[in-house]
Write a protein that binds this ligand. Structure first.
Ligand code: ATP
Ligand code: MG
Length: 209
């Protein structure tokens, strides 16, 4: 009997520090998964986010992974990725995409970025390899649109723009303002269990990548 070949898998990779993961990340991931028919979308937790290292105290990688795992538990299509943590050292998307394409040689890879991150693509380690190994997907964050390299064939996806950032959340932990509805209860439970964000750096302004 003739069987039509299975559709190649379409895998989304949404990388970040996720310190902590918030509803902006989740709303983005589920909507991009829906619009582009991606399954899974991997929320890839950076081990050492080299662009942020030295700038501020970063929550240990295993704690950030636990928060992301809690955030996506039971959510169709979304999974937490520990590839970069298992690999150790600084996390470069070029290496992560390379590892994923070896693991899933038939799959099409989609790298999902907020426009602030997308605007900095040229500062990335081996960015030319990155754009060659995945379709680049960009979503707008609130505020002025970031200027993107027009020579890259971006796939733009409209998602609800939520003015939420991990920077603002860390500041909220610092000064006791409410976190309700900005992070999920499951993430807050991990924060409490592990005693995270008890000491935070002095308030920082938003806008890190
Ligand atoms: P920080 O304030 O510490 O930089 P962040 O909220 O920007 O944290 P990151 O872990 O730096 O979160 O971001 C991971 C990815 O998620 C990036 O591509 C970023 O652009 C995207 N992102 C973060 N927040 C949002 C949001 N509210 N809407 C859409 N994309 C977002
Ligand atoms: Mg950021």
């Amino acid at each position: 009997m003739h069987r039509s070949p299975a559709k190649p898998q379409r895998i989304g990779v949404f990388g970040g520090t996720f310190d902590p993961p918030h509803v902006g990340h989740l709303v983005t991931a589920v909507n991009v998964a829906h619009v582009l028919d991606l399954d899974p979308v991997i929320l890839m937790v950076a081990n050492v986010p080299w662009q942020k290292a030295g700038e501020r105290t970063i929550t240990p990688a295993h704690d950030r992974l636990a928060m992301v795992a809690a955030a996506v538990a039971g959510v169709p299509r979304l999974v937490a990725g520990d590839h970069e943590i298992s690999a150790g050292g600084p996390s470069y998307s070029a290496d992560t995409l390379d590892a994923l394409s070896r693991e899933h040689p038939e799959a099409e890879l989609f790298l999902v970025l907020g426009d602030d991150a997308a605007a900095g693509i040229h500062t990335w380690e081996r960015w030319d390899e990155v754009i060659a190994s995945a379709r680049m997907v960009v979503v707008d964050r609130p505020g002025e649109p970031a200027g993107l390299d027009a020579t890259i064939d971006w796939l733009r996806v409209e998602v609800p723009r939520l003015e939420v950032s991990s920077t603002d959340l860390r500041n909220r932990f610092g000064d006791g303002r409410p976190l309700d509805y900005l992070v999920t209860d499951e993430v807050l439970a991990v924060v409490r269990e592990r005693g995270l964000y008890r000491t935070v750096d002095p308030p920082a302004v938003d806008g890190g990548s």
